[in-house]
Design a protein around this ligand. Structure first.
Ligand code: G4P
Length: 523
């Protein structure tokens, strides 16, 4: 194995997906503790709740109690280098979240065992499913009373359409939590609320605790054994192939807050989680992670992460080769040579200069406006262009204007830059030339308004237009007379025409009236 191959083989890059409050921050923190990145529990949490210095525009997250800033975290554990990408779980999450999921090789789904599958988890799961990446499930908060574990497993299949394979089983829960029956490791993990360390009891060939132990008489223990046996007979069979394609999810129970079951989860996850995957190019080619030429793509751009520096960072997922500090790469879209000398990687609470990076790693390029989302960078003579990142059709719309008509310049500059980041879409009305913004969720508008004011000194007035259905129309078939108040005709950033339908009824009415006109939902 070459040293590049060995480096690539050690990478594991994943996102944690969950509904707000399921425990994503808490579990991330535990993982960082194992990695020795944070020394005390509460560091990530404190940052989330605002005890750490934050840049101004992050106030908005603080107020709403969400995190969009701790984007990438890297740590080493037992010979593996792990990259965790944060996906904001807030219900108003943005396209950013979707795109982040394009940059990972697997996902960890955290579920509150009292609540089961909640709406955001479902949405995020569907994106992972679409990509066919492995998904590992952590049923959290076992130290509280939750739902019947059998129900939770069944729900995975019923609601998400994925086979659940329990790797362990709770022995009691809430106040009665005694431990985890870990059939994968052939042991029982004993819950000791007063101790940091988990004790493990080995199982014999019949699946019973070796030797004498009072736990053997416990009805919760017997229950757990019965359930595990039932599942072994009647449940899904462990299937690595299905796990690799995301058709089966290994399920781990535990409590992130009590740090119970998290280490087992991490270690087992690392056994099955995939190495960096090859990436497909637009012309049906494949870039292997161990190719000697460097390549990567920009999946996220964030401006003014730190207002003291007024910087803008393009997040790049490395797909092949070796990144070295100061190297020259080609930016595919413009064919320009770029020197990568100001590059950062992300730790839990600092940003550090990075010297080398390989496939699976995320690097942050300080950007002065050269990069766009979806851009490919590469070395070598052969141009590389990765498959297009999916764009998601906005569902919510507002019209937007500068409050002060004398300040058009900063208004336009702000809009152009923020739209380039890709969190919101910009449209112009055919008839009036007015600006209309589209987003996946309401929060994007609020962030936009806040940032326009703070970063561009431009106060904007937004008028909600509500939910619309965006449908692109073949320009050759377009007749401006087709537009009405119920289907507003607008242009997207590329000048392509589309209708914003008031509702499904309006869309159906249009289709009946113009049966030959092609409408598409994809950007
Ligand atoms: P999120 O990032 O997914 O939004 O969730 P986060 O980790 O912030 O956890 C949400 C709440 O759930 C927090 O409580 C957290 O302490 C709690 N929690 C997380 N994991 C567990 C667990 O395993 N057991 C129990 N009982 N609670 C858990 P909070 O009261 O909202 O915040 P705080 O007072 O702890 O700061």
């Amino acid at each position: 194995m070459t040293s590049l191959e060995a480096e690539v083989a050690s990478r594991r890059t994943f996102a944690i997906i969950s509904h707000p409050d399921a425990g994503k921050t808490t579990i991330t923190e535990q993982l960082l503790l194992f990695g020795g990145i944070v020394r005390e529990a509460g560091t990530v949490k404190a940052r989330k709740s605002g005890n750490f210095a934050k840049s101004d525009w992050m106030e908005i997250e603080q107020k709403r109690g969400i995190s969009v800033t701790s984007s990438v975290m890297q740590f080493d554990y037992e010979g593996k280098r792990i990259n965790i990408l944060d996906t904001p779980g807030h219900e108003d999450f943005s396209e950013d979240t979707y795109r982040t999921l394009m940059a990972v090789d697997s996902a960890v789904m955290v579920i509150d065992s009292a609540k089961g599958i909640e709406p955001q988890t479902k949405k995020l799961f569907q994106i992972c499913k679409m990509r066919g990446i492995p998904i590992f499930t952590f049923m959290n908060k076992l130290d509280r009373d939750g739902r019947d574990p059998l129900d939770l497993i069944a729900e995975l299949e019923d609601v998400l359409g994925v086979e659940g394979y329990p790797m362990n089983w709770p022995i009691g829960m809430g106040k009665e939590l005694k431990g985890l029956y870990d059939r994968y490791h052939n042991r029982v993990a004993v819950f000791r609320p007063d101790s940091e360390e988990t004790a493990y009891l080995p199982l014999d060939e019949n699946g019973d605790i070796v030797g004498d132990n009072p736990l053997k008489e416990d009805s919760w223990y017997q229950d757990a054994r019965d359930n595990m046996e039932l599942i072994a007979d009647a449940g899904n069979q462990f299937d690595e192939q299905k796990i690799a394609t995301g058709d089966q999810t290994p399920v781990f129970f535990g409590s992130a807050l009590a740090n119970f079951g998290v280490k087992t989860f991490l270690e087992t996850y690392l056994t099955f989680a995939p190495e960096p995957a090859p990436h497909r190019t637009e012309n049906d080619g494949v870039v292997e992670p161990t190719d000697s030429n460097f390549s990567g793509f920009v999946f996220k751009i964030q401006a003014n992460m730190d207002p003291r520096h007024r910087d803008r960072i393009a997040f790049v997922r490395v797909c092949s080769g070796l990144f070295t500090h100061g190297m020259d790469v080609t930016l595919g879209r413009t064919n320009k040579t770029m020197r990568l000398s100001n590059v950062t990687q992300f730790m839990a609470d600092t940003r550090e200069n990075v010297d080398t990076a390989v496939a699976g790693d995320i690097i942050g390029l300080y950007d002065t406006g050269n990069y766009q989302i979806g851009d490919t960078i590469f070395t070598g003579k052969q141009p590389v262009k990765f498959e297009k990142l999916p764009q998601f059709t906005p569902e919510l719309f507002v019209s937007v204007q500068a409050k002060n008509v004398m300040k058009q310049k900063s208004f336009h500059k702000g809009i152009q830059q923020l739209v380039q980041e890709g969190a919101i879409q910009l449209y112009t009305s055919y008839s009036t030339g007015d600006y209309i913004l589209g987003a996946v969720g309401q929060l994007q508008f609020e962030v936009f308004q806040f940032r326009m004011q703070n970063e561009y000194n431009s106060e904007v007035v937004m008028e909600p237009m509500g939910h619309k259905i965006a449908r692109w129309i073949n320009p050759d078939q377009l007749d401006e007379k087709m537009s009405s108040s119920r289907n507003l005709l607008v242009k997207d950033r590329g000048g392509e025409p589309l209708f914003l339908f008031e509702n499904q009824f309006a869309e159906r009415w249009f289709k009946d009236k113009y049966p030959d006109v092609e409408l598409t939902s994809k950007l």
